[in-house]
Design a protein around this ligand. Structure first.
Ligand SMILES: Nc1ncnc2c1ncn2[C@@H]1O[C@H](COP(=O)(O)OP(=O)(O)OP(=O)(O)O)[C@@H](O)[C@H]1O
Ligand SMILES: [Mg+2]
Length: 251
């Protein structure tokens, strides 16, 4: 497994989602375009029957000087990293992972959702905690999103991870947007409608509606060198914080 030697000087975002296939790669490409950021997908699975997310982002951005850092680990099976690695006899340890060195902001795309196992001891949630980047949560806009989104926000709040906001993907749903803002105490950063063509022009159009990174970064910036963020109790219940999960109210 490849690891990198140093944390970047520039900030960025960890893009997670309520599910697999929810639109994290599409949104990551939009954020990279909007923030002139680098992109990194540390754990890439499923390359046996689909192209990698890094290749997809490259295609969606087109030529333009963005730096796409190669995955730390590429696995064949379309499974969680923990399961795909077992099939290939690969030993993963998320504690070994280091952020690539960057000058630009860095957009990191997780695999699946927050409770996707990477190895015997770490979930995607733990990786987000270790890397120390504030999070963007990609959700579906459609029926079911209230439950999935609030559960994800609660998991992040329980670990006190900073959430910059939610990006809703799919047909516009003012009702669901209102519910997520009200019950999730979160900010909807953008709504991405169904795109007739998923191409560089559409990415550029959507990127124009993304708030500047500096305007949504938590203040003070999150600490990059958190102690080992191992999820110790996957079932503990944490009440929804009355004042919200992130610092969005101060933006
Ligand atoms: N708003 C949209 N309009 C049209 N197509 C979309 C939209 N959002 C996502 N898609 C398509 O849905 C599929 C899944 O999206 P995407 O690959 O971004 O999901 P993901 O969350 O990154 O999945 P994974 O968990 O595998 O990384 C892709 O083919 C993508 O082009
Ligand atoms: Mg993806």
């Amino acid at each position: 497994m490849r690891s990198h030697s140093a944390a970047p000087p520039a900030p960025g975002a960890f893009v997670t989602g309520t599910d697999t296939d929810v639109g994290k790669t599409l949104v990551s490409a939009i954020l990279v375009k909007a923030w002139q950021a680098d992109y990194w997908k540390p754990y890439q699975t499923g390359v046996a029957d689909a192209c990698s997310d890094t290749d997809t982002v490259a295609a969606l951005l087109g030529p333009g000087g963005h730096t796409l850092h190669p995955p730390a680990c590429i696995l064949q099976a379309p499974l969680a990293p923990w399961a795909a690695a077992r099939l290939e006899g690969v030993a993963l340890n998320a504690a070994d992972l280091r952020l690539p060195r960057t000058q630009a902001p860095l957009v990191v795309e997780g695999a699946g959702g927050l409770y996707v196992p990477i190895d015997e001891r770490h979930m995607m949630l733990d990786l987000a905690a270790r890397l120390g980047l504030p999070l963007v949560l990609v959700t579906r806009s459609t029926l079911g999103t209230i439950n999935h989104t609030l559960l994800s926000l609660q998991a992040l709040a329980a670990r006190q991870l900073p959430v910059m906001g939610v990006i809703m993907n799919g047909p516009l749903s003012p009702g669901n947007r209102k519910a997520l803002e009200h019950f999730g105490h979160t900010r909807i950063l953008a709504e991405i409608p169904p795109l007739p063509r998923v191409d560089a022009a559409a990415i550029a159009r959507m990127a124009a509606g993304i708030p500047p990174l500096a305007s949504i970064l938590p203040s003070p910036p999150p600490c990059r060198s958190q102690p080992d963020g191992i999820t110790k109790n996957y079932t503990s219940a944490h009440p929804l914080p009355a004042q919200g999960f992130s610092n969005h109210k101060s933006i």
